[in-house]
Design a protein around this ligand. Structure first.
Ligand code: HEM
Length: 473
């Protein structure tokens, strides 16, 4: 029954409201073009679901012509996604159009940079995210989740989204930046990030915002600027404090890596701007996505009693009341399957964007035009019945067999693929499994509000705050 409701919310709504855009004659692999103005109203209402509609009506490659901004191409087929991100990755850059929106906030960090600048920075930071290295964060991740669990009271109503953001933010500050920031400082950073995020969301809700200069006096842009300024000040303080400590007595974390590392060729230290940009990138990329993974996990579990019961049974029998550790993860296959299924059905980064540096011809003869905004829509690929039977149903069991091995390349990509794949992949998986295990071991969460996802955001965020009632198990 619940699965039917989800199906209705996602697909039916998209089908019924888009009137006046007539489906074209389909012609095999041939890319179809849709005028943006016919869809604009629906973009801001449907968000990711409009991608499903485009896929079903126009096929797995759809081009939308957007006035002032140019062409956007939606790709859904695993082969095309694999081509863009892996096989022919060197024919694409991060899209300048989206960078215009995000650069003001993230700067030129790992996420937005390209070419040699990106390669050097990735090489510098990659070892820190190696799985052997990040395993030592496991106990701190669990300790933060246990602290949150201890602070909940039986029967109380909690803001799910805000709690999960606070949890993943504290974990990030503690593990990557060894920050012992007190609650007051953490709140400051969180407020600045919130302003920045809200401004960015409002700006992305209407793609035409991207054409406006960043100083334009719109409330959304003003709010984004306020967040940026506050964050720049806070990050600047963190950098100065770390420098003052000196390399020998500073903790071995990502902040020290950035502050004390020297360029492999010139021997120069990174300047403040570069360090700032990497820190803000990690703040944003490193906690929002994991918070959403946990948030959607609790929503899905509250809606699917069979999955919730199977998870609780596994946690009780394997952990027997003890807190999980990095070692227990291998014995918690169902917990792992819950996270994999959440990342399939609700991928926090619901599309991956690129821009071709020259015309790129896809198999079958379609051309991705130079300069177009190309969106690989993992949200649509993950909901394709060809690869996932009954795709809208939340069924962690599907991951317990060898589904993953049998999937075509490019059919499951919550962390992207190829050289730009998420640097925090291992960190995020360990964090979400350990924190889910710690919280679900003691609590059952039931929904007070009906969740829906936000529209027009870069992540698959919640459309409105979701409250949950926490009941001790
Ligand atoms: C469930 C959680 C997460 C999801 C779903 C996720 C998703 C992604 C995706 C899809 C990309 C590739 C974007 C592209 O190709 O354009 C990416 C890149 C990135 N992610 Fe994550 N991420 C998560 C957690 C994290 C964490 C915990 C960190 C850091 C601690 C992080 C840091 C980054 C960075 C720095 C990049 C850019 C990498 C590069 O271009 O070299 N992410 N992430």
């Amino acid at each position: 029954m619940r699965a039917k409701t989800t199906r209705f919310l996602t697909i039916r709504r998209a089908y019924t409201v888009i009137k006046g855009v007539s489906p074209p004659k389909k012609g095999g692999n041939i890319m179809q073009t849709v005028p943006f103005l016919a869809l604009q109203r629906h973009f801001s209402r449907l968000g990711p679901d409009i991608a499903l509609w485009l896929r079903d009506q126009y096929g797995s490659r759809t081009q939308v012509n957007v006035p002032l901004l140019g062409r956007a191409v939606y790709l859904f087929a695993p082969d095309d996604l694999h081509d863009m991100l892996v096989r022919r990755h060197d024919q694409f850059i991060k899209p300048r159009l989206l960078n215009r929106l995000t650069t003001a906030s993230f700067g030129q960090g790992l996420f937005t940079s390209d070419g040699e600048a990106w390669r050097k920075r990735r090489k510098l930071m990659q070892p820190h995210f190696h799985h052997v290295h990040i395993r030592r964060y496991a106990d701190r991740m669990v300790a933060h989740a246990a602290k949150m669990s201890d602070s909940w009271h039986n029967g109380e109503t909690r803001p799910l989204d805000a709690d999960m953001h606070a949890l993943t933010f504290r974990i990030l500050l503690d593990t990557l930046f060894s920050s012992d920031a007190d609650a007051h400082q953490t709140d400051h950073i969180a407020d600045a990030m919130h302003d920045l995020g809200a401004g960015l969301t409002a700006a992305t809700r209407n793609p035409l915002y991207a054409a406006l200069p960043t100083w334009f006096p719109l409330p959304a842009l003003r709010r984004r600027r306020r967040g940026e300024q506050a964050l720049t000040r806070l990050v600047g303080e963190a950098i100065s404090q770390r420098r003052a400590m000196g390399e020998d007595s500073a903790p071995h974390d990502v902040l020290s890596l950035l502050v004390f590392s020297r360029d492999e060729e010139t021997g120069a230290l990174l300047d403040d701007r570069a360090i700032h940009d990497e820190l803000v990138t990690l703040y944003i990329a490193g906690h929002e996505t994991t918070a959403l993974t946990l948030g959607w996990a609790f929503v899905a579990l509250a809606q699917q009693p069979h999955a919730e019961a199977a998870l609780h049974a596994e946690l009780d029998s394997v952990l027997g009341g003890a807190l999980p550790t990095a070692e227990s993860l291998a014995q918690l296959p169902y917990t792992q399957a819950v996270i994999k299924e959440v990342l399939r059905l609700y991928p926090p980064a619901w599309f991956i964007a690129r821009e071709p540096v020259a015309d790129v011809m896809l198999d079958g003869g379609d051309v991705l035009p130079k300069g177009a905004l190309v969106l690989g829509v993992s949200y649509g690929t993950h909901r394709d019945p060809t690869h996932y039977p009954d795709p809208l149903a939340f069924r962690p069991e599907r991951w317990l067999g060898d589904l993953e091995k049998s999937l075509p390349k490019g059919a499951y990509l919550p962390f992207g693929l190829g050289p730009r794949t998420c640097i925090g992949n291992g960190f995020a998986l360990m964090e979400s499994q350990l924190t889910l295990a710690t919280l679900a071991q003691r609590w059952r969460l039931s929904l007070v509000d009906t969740p829906r996802h936000a529209v027009g955001t870069l992540t698959l965020a919640f459309g409105a705050p979701v409250r949950v009632r926490v009941g001790r198990r």
